[in-house]
Write a protein that binds this ligand. Structure first.
Ligand code: ADP
Ligand code: MG
Length: 223
């Protein structure tokens, strides 16, 4: 078969170090949590302080766990896939969630798109991360457009645009930096992972935004 499975060794040195550190953080965290629980049970005064400490520890744990999950090298599986099928799949999956917020995800696919050589699960992860951000940005509902067209130079161009508030110009350069988030409870990992995956496909990802007209995520992939 054409299937090619290989162990990813492409994780950057920085990514490997970060995953190692994340792992090392979890042990002391578990000890801290245990002692805070112990103190809480022994000091009836100010239980709220202990609650706050515990929930902050939980938050560190969540971020670290999420980071480890994403930075962990995974088995890659590159194959030729029909991008239209992958897109339809993800759009119908995410539409179930979007509809709850009065959001419609509209697909605009150029007919007879060529197949591309890609890791299906990784690409799906990128589309989910990007659509999730778009949904989270559109508190007032509206339409998300998911466009795919051919471009000169044997490239496919994907554009995912939303009708949210957009991204302030001074934040554009920060997108994709680990832990950059403007959301309460955000991880700031979704775009970092998405950039990494698209790079892994020899493609390009960039984000544009015009004041008050939403954000557009542009993805170029080689055919
Ligand atoms: P998270 O969603 O956990 O915050 P991401 O890496 O997915 O992490 O996104 C990082 C930040 O980029 C978000 O917190 C937000 O400020 C900004 N962002 C991403 N996508 C959009 C979008 N479609 N509209 C507005 N801001 C966005
Ligand atoms: Mg996100």
């Amino acid at each position: 078969t054409e299937e090619m499975i290989r162990r990813s060794d492409k994780l950057s040195a920085l990514g490997q170090m970060a995953a190692g550190i994340a792992h090392e953080i979890r042990n002391p965290l578990t000890a801290l949590k245990g002692f805070v629980q112990l103190l809480k049970s022994q000091s009836p005064n100010h239980p709220i302080y202990f609650e706050i400490m515990l929930s902050e520890l939980e938050r560190i744990n969540f971020i670290v766990t999420e980071f480890m999950r994403m930075a962990k090298p995974q088995t890659e599986s590159f194959q030729h896939h029909d991008l239209a099928v992958i897109t339809e799949n993800i759009v119908s999956f995410m539409s179930a969630q979007a509809i709850l917020y009065n959001i419609e995800i509209k697909m605009v696919l150029e007919p007879s798109l060529p197949h591309i050589y890609c890791d299906e699960n990784q690409l799906k992860q990128v589309f989910i991360n990007v659509l999730k951000n778009a949904i989270e940005a559109m508190s007032g509902g509206g339409v998300i457009e998911f466009k795919i067209k051919r471009q000169p130079g044997a490239k496919l161009k994907i554009e995912i645009s939303d009708q949210g508030p957009g991204i302030p110009e001074d934040q554009i350069a920060l997108l994709g930096s680990p832990f950059f988030t403007t959301k309460e409870g955000g991880t700031g990992l979704g775009l970092m992972v998405s950039y990494q995956i698209i790079e892994n496909h020899n493609g390009k990802l960039y984000i544009t935004s015009e004041a008050d007209s939403g954000a557009t995520v542009h993805i170029e992939l080689p055919e």
